[in-house]
Write a protein that binds this ligand. Sequence first.
Ligand code: 0X9
Ligand code: ZN
Length: 307
Amino acid sequence: VFQFNRYNTYDKIEEYLNSLDGCGSIACSQTITIGETDEKRPIYMVKIWKNGMQLSNRSTILVDGGIHAREWISPAVVLNFINFLKTNTAAMNLVDEFQWFVIPVLNPDGYVYTHTTDRLWRKNRKQSQVNSNCFGTDLNRNFDYKWNPLQSASSDPCSFVYRGPTPFSEKESIALRDAMLQQGQTYTSYISFHSYGQYYLYPWLHSDQLTADWIDLDDCAKAATAAIFGYKRKRYEAGAGGSLLYQASGTSADYAKAIANIKYAYTIELRDKGRKGFVLSYRQIIPTWEENRDGIIALVDCLVQKN
Ligand code: 0X9
Ligand code: ZN
């Protein structure tokens, strides 16, 4: 059975998501399918809105997890977040202010492959047309903004940061793009959960330049990391991705900012700082979730103050 304090298989996650529709004490949800992978798995998005209201065109926050297959803590935290939004009184402000569209696992084929075959797989699983020995595109290099092989990306299908044959060559990145560009939907923020390193990052990721309004994004990232530190003294760092870490081209967050016009675009790197890296123990799921719950609450408070 599905458990919030374990790394669940995709089957169990599907079971949970398909049983979710309806209202909790705080919010209601509806699970929809936003795409299908090459291996024919559905990609799910959970729409969440305040109990007593209706799904509408009001301001929304888009959240995703599992872009990278091996970063298991990301779907785990996102699934805890869905449950929190629906059932916990502490989530009242989050659903008062925004609707939430949440994609728990953008890359299910890769996620399944890390459970069955290779724990450290990162990309999706589509076979390359150019080199049939190699599989997978790095979905976080496949977005059509600054799509190039220059910054921690590669045009070699065998590379773990392969950008794909063309921008949006992959069904998963198309599904996320279409969610971002959905007609009649206004997004205040896009939050993409990855691991590891303990960072709240904002654009640009493709260069060491800053956006014109970076100070607003920095304020809210710092509010989040301060709340996390206040919770149990865990250190997360806030900053622009490309100057704080390394530069990465064709990422979902840069696309959200530059093309989809979502002002508050964040990439969050969850635990840890490298001791276990991607193979973080399941015992760290709840602590990681709880500190980031406080981080997101502070971040959203900051968004509300800014708007
Ligand atoms: O490289 C990535 O795609 C992400 N990091 S991960 O370890 N989860 O793969 C995001 C990088 C964003 N930040 C930088 N610009 N470095
Ligand atoms: Zn990642």
